[in-house]
Write a protein that binds this ligand. Structure first.
Ligand SMILES: NC(=O)c1ccc[n+]([C@@H]2O[C@H](COP(=O)([O-])OP(=O)(O)OC[C@H]3O[C@@H](n4cnc5c(N)ncnc54)[C@H](O)[C@@H]3O)[C@@H](O)[C@H]2O)c1
Length: 356
């Protein structure tokens, strides 16, 4: 069977998440190149996941030009997504792009237009859509056994990004809403096939007005209310003021039932440790006392399923499912920018592009 040849660009945090996924499907994928300006990270990543026979690169333009690959996987800081993507698409490669698609709607639109013009695919990496517990919730919802959904509440929150680029809007495109809220926003848009009708939002405003992170230009708290064309309401929330570990929570209220999912803290393992464990859950500051250590965290958060779906889609030469296409990443970014506009101007925004 032909294997998909992947060039990984970026060899740190998100690249580690994707690599875990690749390492489980080496029967259909081959990592042929890994690029990072820090070559020690390239070697460490390859060793951690047992990748062999790849070429290391420290310059992404050279890597895209020289590496004989089918797909470029972009795990780089947000402000570089556009440049890496356009170079890779122009070199005839499909791409996987981490969230958000770009730092501006203009750049994201250019990426989508470039891919369309060249007949290439953008696979937009939204892991929430592959988290097994969220998929089970959607399966129950779609079974009709809880009735029609009326109201959905979703949030991703933790205590702050590890990335130095997250401090400046120029490098990342915003604050916690663009970093974390991007997941619940994409999830809801995928569920409703992008048919949102109205939104209104509030944020902590960034810098000096933030609740905790006053050095950060973007906001550290944000909440948005959305209404969808079918009448469903949603509250979507993101913040950097949540200590104790990352929260990924989904509540679905329906006519004949409700569904509650807590991805991070509802595992079957409970531990009490006086010295503390090596690791419990993402972003947990301490590991002493009682904890609920994650079981196969990267799988539970959806990264493995997401990578598997992209590899299958690229091998078959087809688009990803709704929510994971370049145009879905673009729509998410548009909505997030309107959330920022609503919060800034204190207005409710209607979707004038909604048809039918
Ligand atoms: N889906 C998720 O849950 C999730 C989680 C974390 C990050 N992300 C996304 O992944 C992307 C990367 O974030 P991260 O946390 O992995 O960042 P990171 O800072 O951990 O890693 C970025 C890597 O890019 C390398 N790099 C930077 N500039 C470079 C250049 N010009 N040439 C070559 N290498 C360069 C750095 O050396 C670093 O190793 C971001 O878009 C972020 O939003 C997604």
């Amino acid at each position: 069977m032909k294997k998909l040849r992947v060039l990984l660009v970026g060899a740190a945090f998100s690249s580690d998440l994707h690599s875990d996924g690749y390492s489980r499907i080496l029967d259909k994928v081959q990592i042929v190149g890994i690029c990072d300006k820090d070559l020690n990270r390239v070697a460490a990543l390859a060793q951690r996941y047992g990748f062999t026979g790849y070429t290391p690169y420290d310059d992404y333009a050279a890597a895209i030009e020289q590496c004989d690959c089918d797909l470029v996987d972009i795990c780089m800081p947000n402000f570089l997504h556009h440049d890496v993507a356009v170079k890779a698409l122009n070199a005839g490669r499909d791409i996987i792009c981490e969230k958000p698609l770009a730092t501006t709607v203009e750049d994201a639109q250019d990426m989508v237009d470039t891919a369309d013009r060249l007949g290439r695919h953008i696979y937009y990496a939204e892991d929430w859509l592959f988290a097994p517990a969220f998929r089970r919730a959607l399966e129950i919802l779609n079974s009709g056994k809880v009735g029609r959904p009326l109201y959905i509440r979703a949030r991703e929150c933790h205590s702050g990004s590890h990335s130095p680029f997250a401090q400046s809007i120029k490098y990342c495109g915003g604050g916690c809403m663009v970093h974390l809220g991007v997941h619940p926003v994409s999830f809801m848009l995928a569920l409703k096939e992008n048919r949102w009708s109205e939104l209104t939002a509030m944020t902590s405003g960034g810098s000096g007005s933030n609740l905790v992170h006053r050095q950060m230009e973007g906001e550290d708290w944000a909440g948005a209310f959305l209404r969808f064309a079918d009448g469903t309401y949603a509250t979507l929330e993101a913040n950097y003021v949540t200590v104790g570990g990352m929260e990924d929570v989904l509540d679905i209220y329906c006519e004949e039932g409700c569904i509650h999912v807590d991805l991070s803290f509802s595992g079957p393992v409970r531990v009490f440790s006086l010295p503390g464990l090596d690791y419990t859950v993402e972003k947990a500051e301490i590991t002493t006392g009682w904890s609920t250590p994650a079981v196969d965290e990267k799988y539970s958060l959806g990264y493995c399923g997401e990578i598997n779906h992209f590899v299958d889609s690229a091998l078959a030469g087809r688009d990803a499912q709704v929510g994971l296409r370049g145009r879905d990443g673009l729509e998410t970014l548009k909505v997030i920018n309107l959330i920022y506009r609503s919060a800034r101007e204190g207005v409710s925004v209607k979707n004038d592009r909604l048809e039918g």
